[in-house]
Structure formats: structure tokens, C-alpha cells
Design a protein around this ligand. Sequence first.
Ligand SMILES: N[C@@H](CCC(=O)N[C@@H](CS)C(=O)NCC(=O)O)C(=O)O
Length: 231
Amino acid sequence: MTYKVHNRLGSGGFAVEATLELSGLPYEMVLLPSTPDTPLPAEFAAVNPWRQVPVLETPEGRIITETAAILFYLSDRHEECRNGTTLRIGDTIAFYRWTVFMAVNIYEGILRISYPDRYFANDASGSQTTDPDDAAMTAAVRTAARRRVHDAFLKIEAELQPDAFVTGPALSPADFLFAMLYAWHNKQPDLPKCTWITEKVASHERINPIWHANFGHRLDEKWHDIRPLWA
Ligand SMILES: N[C@@H](CCC(=O)N[C@@H](CS)C(=O)NCC(=O)O)C(=O)O
């Protein structure tokens, strides 16, 4: 009864790994030889034809892709992920609503920043463009995506309670997706509730080593004096 999480360090598997870690369910990590912001190895298409991580392999050998689907599956299947001693989903509507909102608006926006040419070039493979005329398109896609991602965080910020997590007073799987995406967006002065959640996740004693292995610099260095790039 062991789950397998396919990931690469610094990528989206953090949310799945943190959920499994705090739920106490047995799991192992399959780390790919790849670095963030680069396409995954071609062979990985055999696991996920869309060539993205995270991928969860169930103990029965089923493959689940899409972070939101993985978190929904785990919380449906295991009480430890929704009503355990360390993970508790408070408001179920907030859990489903914000997890999907983050997946379609924020995660996808961050992909536009990492792989901008996918959103204007005709090359469906996602390979990086070398045409200098594309520099302006790259900059435009990135600026629009950063604005859109920031706006999405502002909408969540407006609905969060002070000193509370995404679904209520306790940590839930949604907070791991949230903290990871917010770390990629970088700490912003007008998002104090988002910062509060992310700092709680990053400094949690059992999550902190996983956080540091994946995004250590996001708390220690890059997070100081970050100014919005579009300001
Ligand atoms: N919609 C997917 C997005 C996953 C995703 O973008 N993963 C990134 C790493 S954080 C990735 O695999 N990038 C490689 C690529 O897109 O080529 C999800 O929610 O899980």
C-alpha cells in the first residue's frame, strides 16, 4: 500500500509529498533528472503524455495527473488527509473551490511565465524559441501572466480569514498547493494573509525539510525586498 510520487525538485510534487507526509500514508518519491523551467525528459511521456509533474501512482498502479485531481483523490480516499490529526479540511466548499481556482488560474499563469513561447509560438512541443523577434511576445506574455496571477491571489486574499488557512483554522492539502504557488509568485507586500499561510507551511517542522529541498531560497533570499515586476 505505497504511493509513488513522480516529481523533480522544485516542482509541483511538493503539494502531493507534503500531503502524504502529514497524513502518515506510505509513499516514495521518484525524482526525475530535470530542473524547473525546462521540459521534462521525452521518456516521461510514457507516464504522463502531457509530460508534466506531479504524477501520483496509486498502490494499485493507477496513474493520476493534475495536482487538484490528486489532492481530491487523496482526501476522498483517506480520512487522514481530510480529518486527521495534522490535516483537516474545514470548509469543504473552500477546499474544492480554491483548489480548482489555483489550478486553472494561478498554476496555469505560472506556466505562462516559465514557458511563454508555448502561448504564442506554433510549436506545440514547447521548445524554446530562438527568434529575436519573439522577445517582445515573451515579455508581453510574462507581464500579462504576472498581473493575472497577482490578481488571482488578491481575490483569494480578500476571502481568507486573518491568521487562518485556506479551509479554516487547520492545515489542509489545499495549503500546500497554495504555499507552493505563492512561493513562485514571491512574497508580495499587499498579500499579508497569503504570506502568513506560506510561512506557516514552510516553517512547519515536518514540512520544512521538504520545503527546503524544493524551494529553500524562496524563503531565505529571494523573498527579501521583492518588488512587483509590473509596478
Ligand atoms: N496542470 C498541472 C500543471 C503541472 C505543471 O505545470 N508542472 C510543471 C512543474 S511545476 C511541469 O511539469 N513543467 C514541465 C513542462 O510543462 O514542460 C497540474 O496542476 O498539476
